[in-house]
Every structure is written in structure tokens, then in C-alpha cells.
Design a protein around this ligand. Structure first.
Ligand code: DLL
Length: 440
């Protein structure tokens, strides 16, 4: 048994959690029906009224929401409160085409930070700790979420943001940071940089809270060794508030979902059918307390498994596996959400056809992405200079669209491999996804 940030809630008997969820769901459905035209119309179309939802057993009667709906309703269509009550927005690392903007009232921020504080306590943090937050600050939820959680816990919070490794290590040494919050790939990179400088013995780190992208058990083992810490996973998404939707405890075997705020379901991504506990499928969340951006049955596209098996940490909230893949083609590259369709749009805009292949890899703990694209048979580059110039133009346009560097190689027609006439768009060599550990 460890310690908890909200002991009564985090160890509440399952039947009571379900009761609490039912009450909150009823209120939330009424809230969205009364305040968000989009929901009112969807529910009316389906012939569902708020009074038909009497508890979590009626959840399946409600419509799903997808990322496309968010795009259609951008920016204010799903706002559940008066604009005067919104105190913050955050947004996905994504791009113009797929940007998701999430809104928060004062209370929404409070519950989000509480979720992050729970994650910190589960990783052993207290108000005596020095928490170094190296997730990006700004629109991305990583910095703001862990910062808020650490502040709430009363820990000394170092708002480092990402990058500037020399300065990170300097502060880590000088301020004697004990808890590190960043992406797992940056943690691994920090581990290498610390080894190069030979300064591991001068550090005081004991735990790390790493998420926002997929990482393997092997990576966990390497990071724990390189930084001499225990490494904890944390999951979340902008749409549902940010980091802290779920988090690992000392068992490191699946992430406890904050069930007093979010109801989780697993569905068959093709049919939408709700699957029983323990089956692999797409994770769907219903927010039952958030008021400004109150998503119901939001399809995350993350493929996961849920488990209600008793956890020896004493927490009773359901656990989710690490995401085991996606039900769409989104990739997370250098912490940025990338869809092949966005790359395709840039190629088409530049007069190429959709004959391209993306190769994603992880070299020295850092993601790389390269794109082979065929020139048109009637428009080959005249010489090496022109080829370089054209590649540079694509690199620049892709950077503008995605915010990351994509290496571009212009290649001759018919060189991008095709199988059964259809190109294989993405080769991801990172081996990020593995089988679920929960319940084992
Ligand atoms: O990545 C929020 C976050 C920040 C989580 C810091 C944890 C720590 P988005 O940019 O909206 O939000 O991306 C959400 O990232 O649907 C997953 O596909 C992926 N993801 C997030 N956490 C994990 C994780 C933040 N622990 C998308 N393991 C999600 C694997 C993760 N994938």
C-alpha cells in the first residue's frame, strides 16, 4: 500500500465508484443537452433524451464523438459554458488541419491538476520533492498539467520546459531535483547526456513520470538504469484534459484511470460494439465533471485493454494497458501527432502525386522521419541542384505543416514499393507497441 493524493476517492469500493459515475453522468448529460447544440441535435436525431440516461448502464445509448466532429465544431461549437467562464485553452501538438482546442473553466483546471497530483503521489512524490518539468509549456498540455499537479501537491516546481539539455542537467544538479517529468525519449536522451558527462552520482533523482508517446518495457528498463530512478507511465490526451487521465502506481502494471472524472469503455473500432473487460479494442472516454469541453463517448483511437483486477497499491480505479496501437493512421513523431494525409496534402500542393513512403525510426533515442516521394515521369529534376532545391522546398513546407523536420528524398517514378497495387505508406521501425502487461 502506498500513499494517495485523494485516499477516499482513489481507494473507493468499485460499487461506490460506479454509483458516483452514474450520478455524475446524469448531470453531465443534462448539462450538454441544455448547453451544446451539437449534442442536443445528435441526441434528438437518435431519439435520446437526458431522462433516458439514468446511470452508466445507459451510456451505450449516447452517440460517439470523433476527432472529425471536433474539427467540424472548431473552434467554439462544443463549448459547454459561457465564454466568460473559460479561463484557459490548450491545444494538440498537431497541426493546422487537425488541431484540437480544449477549453477549461477554473474548476476544470482544478480537477485536471488534481489528476496530475495523484500521478505524482503514485510515483512517490510529496511536498518535499523538487519536480523538474521538462515537458513543453505553452499550448501543449504536458508542461501545464504536470506543473499544475506539482504545484497543487506543494512540491518545488521547476518549470524548465523542453530542450537545452545542458541547462536541464545543471538545474538537476544544483537544485537537487528528485522527480523528472518529460517524454520517455527525452528521458533516455538525458540519461545518455548524463553518462557522457559522468555526473550520475551527483544527482538526486528518484522517480520519473514519462508519457505522451509510446515506450516499451525495454526502454523503461534502460531509463531506470541510466537515471537510477523508478520510471512511471502517464497517459492523457488534450481532448480529455491532458496528462493524468491515467497513471501508473508502484506496481508499474497498467495505468489507473481517474474514474471519478472519466468513464472508460473499450469498443470494437469497426462496429462500435462495446467489448467486455479484458478485450482489446479502442478506448472511449466520457468526461463526467469537466464543464467547458465536456466530451461524451470520445473515440480516442488508442487501442488498449482494461482490467478491474485488484491492484496491490490499494487503488480501486480501473487500469488501462499502455496503448497497443492506433485504430487510425496517426503516428506520434518527436511528440507531434502526424497523419500521413497531412504529408500527402503538402505533396499534392507542390504538384506531386500520392506516390510516397514514410520511414519512421528512433535513432539515439530520438525519432526520425523520412519521406521518399516520386517525381512525375514528365517532370524529372534536370540536375542534382534542381533536385536539392525541390527537396528543400518540400522540407520547408512540411516543417510549416507539422512543425518537425521530415527528410525528403525525391526518387524516380515507380521506385516507391507497391503491394497489390497499393503503396505501403508508413514503415515504422520503432517497435513501440508491445503486448499488454496488465492482469498478468
Ligand atoms: O500527449 C498529453 C500528455 C502529455 C500525456 C504528457 C502524457 C504526458 P496529445 O498531444 O493530445 O496529448 O496526444 C494524445 O498521445 O491519444 C496517445 O496516442 C498518445 N499518448 C499519450 N500518452 C501516452 C502514453 C498528450 N503514456 C495521444 N503512452 C494519445 C503511449 C501515449 N501513447
Amino acid at each position: 500500500m502506498g500513499s494517495y493524493f485523494n485516499p477516499e476517492i482513489e481507494t473507493m469500493p468499485v460499487e461506490e465508484i460506479k454509483k458516483l459515475q452514474s450520478e455524475r453522468l446524469k448531470e453531465q448529460v443534462r448539462h450538454v443537452y441544455d448547453n451544446v447544440e451539437f449534442y442536443r441535435e445528435r441526441m434528438n436525431d437518435m431519439g435520446v433524451k437526458p431522462e433516458d440516461i439514468n446511470g452508466i448502464e445507459d451510456l451505450h445509448k449516447l452517440p460517439f464523438i470523433t476527432k472529425d466532429d471536433l474539427r467540424d465544431q472548431y473552434p467554439y461549437g462544443l463549448l459547454g459554458v459561457d465564454r466568460r467562464d473559460v479561463v484557459r485553452i490548450q491545444s494538440t501538438s498537431g497541426t493546422t488541419g487537425r488541431r484540437v482546442v480544449s477549453f477549461y473553466t477554473e474548476d476544470d483546471i482544478d480537477l485536471w491538476e488534481t489528476c496530475c497530483a495523484r500521478a505524482l503521489v503514485a510515483a512517490g512524490a510529496t511536498n518535499k520533492d523538487v519536480v523538474q518539468v521538462c515537458y513543453g509549456y505553452g499550448l501543449f498540455t504536458g508542461g501545464a498539467g504536470l506543473h499544475g499537479g506539482s504545484h497543487k501537491l506543494g512540491s518545488m516546481t521547476l518549470p524548465m520546459s523542453s530542450g537545452n539539455t545542458d541547462r536541464q542537467i545543471q538545474f538537476m544538479q544544483d537544485l537537487q531535483s528528485t522527480v523528472l517529468c518529460c517524454t520517455p525519449s527525452y528521458a533516455a536522451y538525458l540519461g545518455e547526456s548524463i553518462a557522457e558527462r559522468g555526473v550520475l552520482d551527483s544527482l538526486h533523482l528518484k522517480a520519473g513520470i514519462f508519457g505522451a508517446e509510446a515506450w516499451t518495457e525495454e526502454m523503461r528498463h534502460n531509463i531506470e538504469k541510466a537515471l537510477n530512478i523508478k520510471a512511471y507511465d502517464i497517459y492523457g490526451l488534450t481532448e480529455i484534459s491532458g496528462p493524468g487521465v491515467s497513471f501508473e502506481c508502484e506496481e508499474q502494471a497498467g495505468m489507473h484511470i481517474n474514474e471519478d472524472h472519466f468513464i472508460a469503455e473499450i469498443i470494437n473500432p469497426v462496429t462500435g460494439e462495446v467489448l467486455p473487460e479484458g478485450e482489446k479494442g479502442e478506448l472511449v472516454f466520457t468526461c463526467i465533471t469537466k464543464k467547458a469541453f465536456p466530451l461524451l463517448r470520445y473515440r480516442t483511437r488508442d487501442i488498449c485493454v482494461l482490467s478491474r483486477k485488484k491492484c496491490s497499491c490499494g487503488r480501486t480505479h480501473i487500469r488501462m494497458s499502455k496503448p497497443l496501437g492506433r485504430s487510425d493512421d496517426m503516428m506520434v513523431v518527436k511528440g507531434v501527432n502526424v497523419f500521413p494525409s497531412q504529408i500527402e496534402a503538402v505533396l499534392l500542393k507542390n504538384g506531386y502525386e500520392a506516390n510516397y513512403q514514410l520511414v519512421v525510426d528512433r535513432v539515439n533515442n530520438s525519432d526520425t522521419i523520412a519521406c521518399d516521394v516520386e517525381w512525375l515521369p514528365n517532370n524529372p529534376p534536370k540536375n542534382a541542384d534542381e533536385q536539392a532545391r525541390r527537396e528543400k522546398k518540400l522540407v520547408s513546407d512540411l516543417k510549416g505543416m507539422l512543425g518537425i523536420l521530415v527528410k525528403v528524398n525525391l526518387v524516380a517514378p515507380k521506385t516507391v514499393p507497391r503491394s497489390e497495387g497499393k503503396a505501403v505508406r508508413v514503415i515504422d521501425n520503432r517497435k513501440l507497441y508491445e503486448d499488454s502487461k496488465i492482469g498478468k
